[in-house]
Design a protein around this ligand. Structure first.
Ligand SMILES: *[C@@H]1O[C@H](CO)[C@@H](O)[C@H](O)[C@H]1NC(C)=O
Ligand SMILES: *[C@@H]1O[C@H](CO)[C@@H](O)[C@H](O)[C@H]1NC(C)=O
Ligand SMILES: *[C@@H]1O[C@H](CO)[C@@H](O)[C@H](O)[C@H]1NC(C)=O
Ligand SMILES: *[C@@H]1O[C@H](CO)[C@@H](O)[C@H](O)[C@H]1NC(C)=O
Ligand SMILES: *[C@@H]1O[C@H](CO)[C@@H](O)[C@H](O)[C@H]1NC(C)=O
Length: 183
């Protein structure tokens, strides 16, 4: 590709990015964070909480210690959307956590992982024992990488070693898509 078309491409790219930025005035907010079914021979949980830092912004923090060496990790993630109670919505995925840490796979999981990776210490591979944390994670509505209808959501993630469930996490958030500034 020639230099001129590269420049044109860049200009076009930034124009589109700007326009998307200006029409996508949306809001994202964590509303609850729950950690339960903790098997204390595998994991100790020091912190599992949300903190309001501004009127419209809450941060999510998890801090735990893996107490035994994990070399097989199965993760079951399911999304629910509220409509007379939380109903299953779109994704219900089971994946190999150790394989994922070696090389991320499963597009929707990769999308979510990329959002919080930089707030976490999740740059290890299996076998692993030791600290695991995500600290001060927050998002702006504009960072949501896929179209998402306005609503209240729950991402439930269950963490297993073999058949043993050692942690169940529930991340609740509200999303408001605001297209009123659409030109
Ligand atoms: C917790 O983990 C230990 C070690 O794997 C296992 O023996 C025990 O059954 C687990 N407890 C529960 C409630 O699953
Ligand atoms: C996690 O909690 C442990 C135990 O309270 C503490 O020593 C450690 O500094 C915490 N880690 C982070 C990242 O806050
Ligand atoms: C989601 O997947 C799990 C495990 O594969 C399965 O047990 C459950 O029935 C599924 N739920 C729905 C609503 O499909
Ligand atoms: C993981 O990140 C920490 C902190 O950024 C760094 O100190 C450590 O060397 C990294 N480990 C690996 C295996 O990349
Ligand atoms: C939508 O955005 C407009 C302009 O940015 C703002 O005035 C309005 O209050 C927003 N509506 C909602 C429901 O957030």
């Amino acid at each position: 590709m020639g230099t001129v078309s590269n420049v044109l491409y860049l200009v076009l790219y930034f124009r589109i990015a700007l326009e998307i930025g200006s029409i996508n005035a949306s809001r994202f907010k964590f509303t609850n964070f729950i950690c339960d079914s903790v098997n204390e021979s595998w994991l100790s949980v020091h912190q599992c909480r949300l903190k309001a830092i501004r009127r419209d912004t809450t941060t999510l923090s998890f801090n735990g210690t893996v107490l035994k060496t994990v070399s097989k990790l199965r993760v079951h993630a399911q999304i629910f959307k509220r409509a007379n109670g939380f109903k299953p919505w779109l994704y219900n995925i089971t994946f190999d956590g150790c394989r994922f840490l070696r090389k991320p796979y499963e597009a929707p999981v990769v999308l979510v992982f990329n959002l919080f990776k930089s707030f976490s210490n999740f740059n290890f591979t299996c076998p692993y024992m030791g600290p695991v944390h995500i600290m001060g994670f927050h998002l702006m509505g504009e960072q949501i990488p896929v179209p998402l209808p306005t609503g209240e959501y729950l991402i439930q993630i269950k963490w297993y070693i073999g058949k043993v469930l050692f942690l169940s996490t529930g991340i609740y958030f509200a999303f408001e898509e605001n297209l009123s500034s659409y030109k």
